[in-house]
Design a protein around this ligand. Structure first.
Ligand SMILES: Nc1ncnc2c1ncn2[C@@H]1O[C@H](COP(=O)(O)OP(=O)(O)OP(=O)(O)O)[C@@H](O)[C@H]1O
Ligand SMILES: [Mg+2]
Length: 274
């Protein structure tokens, strides 16, 4: 198993979109995937076609519940043509209140998600994070094997990514296993403007080894999320095939960075704890 936290403290850069695109690419390749929606906004939950979740990740964060994640997992609504059907640990608005409550735990409450995921056995886990560095994101960083930073190619993106990577370094100092690994930086919503190219070049110059192949700005990507449809099922919608191909490449690169070179590696590591 490999678990990846998809992060950036900046809002609206495409964290959820990248989670949805990678989930679609993984299903296409036959990889069983669990999405954990740690954002009270619940955009990954609705993007995966779940509008009235019966359970929520909030219920396992309320106190230490080793292995508790299993009780919250439900199938996504991506039924049509999406096999294996991705699974979801849904968000709920109450997560926002939970974050405040977690901060009152005298023992520290940064590892409740890690405890809840213990023993959970699924090849790929993608954790969608809220746009903040609060305890929900920190829980994701304590739980994940690897971290994928998503950014737009815009002003201050380099600084924002730098701040995020500093936080990841601080988590590494505190985790006994030295994790999470860096899965890379996904540059999302790259347009064909001079401005977009300029900021993309700035990111590549600042992080030459970490920038992954970009995901371009395409209406089909936003439309797939809004319609709760996997990008690979958008058929002949202009740009959908190209976008699906970009998520395929991104998934390959992210898994490669996590040491998974083929499906066998994912299945092979799926028995351990995280
Ligand atoms: N590659 C893309 N092409 C076109 N639209 C995109 C692309 N990526 C993201 N968007 C759109 O940009 C908006 C923000 O994306 P998204 O919700 O994924 O960002 P986020 O980082 O998860 O936001 P938040 O911080 O609020 O959770 C959405 O409307 C989404 O559809
Ligand atoms: Mg989001």
């Amino acid at each position: 198993m490999v678990s990846i936290a998809v992060v950036n403290q900046k809002g609206g850069v495409g964290k959820t979109t990248v989670v949805l695109g990678l989930t679609s690419a993984a299903a296409q390749r036959g990889i069983r995937t669990l999405v954990v929606d740690m954002d009270p906004q619940g955009n990954a939950t609705t993007g995966l076609g779940v509008f009235e979740p019966t359970r929520s990740i909030d219920s396992v964060l309320v106190e230490e519940r080793p292995g508790g994640l299993r009780a919250t997992v439900e199938p996504t609504g991506w039924a049509t043509g999406c096999e294996p059907l991705p699974m979801l640990a849904a968000s709920s608005p109450s997560l926002a209140v939970r974050e405040a409550q977690l901060s009152t735990d005298p023992l520290g409450a940064q590892d409740r998600l890690r405890l809840a995921m213990r023993g959970h056995d699924v090849p790929l886990v993608l954790i969608d994070c809220p746009p903040s560095l609060g305890l929900l994101t920190i829980n994701a960083l304590f739980a994940a094997d690897a971290v994928l930073v998503v950014t737009e190619p815009g002003a201050w993106a380099v600084d924002g990514v730098g701040r995020m990577l500093q936080t990841v370094d601080r988590i590494r100092m505190r985790r006994p296993d030295g994790g999470p690994e860096a899965a890379g930086i996904a540059v999302n919503r790259l347009g064909r403007t001079r401005d977009g190219r300029y900021w993309n070049e700035q990111l590549i110059a600042a992080y030459p080894d970490q920038c992954l192949p970009p995901v371009r700005l395409r209406a089909a990507v936003a439309e797939a999320a809004a319609r709760s449809v996997p990008i690979h099922a958008m058929g002949r919608r202009p740009g959908a095939e190209e976008a699906a191909g970009e998520f395929d490449v991104l998934l390959d690169r992210v898994l490669h960075c996590c040491g998974c070179h083929d499906l066998h590696d994912l299945e092979h590591t799926s028995e351990g704890d995280i």
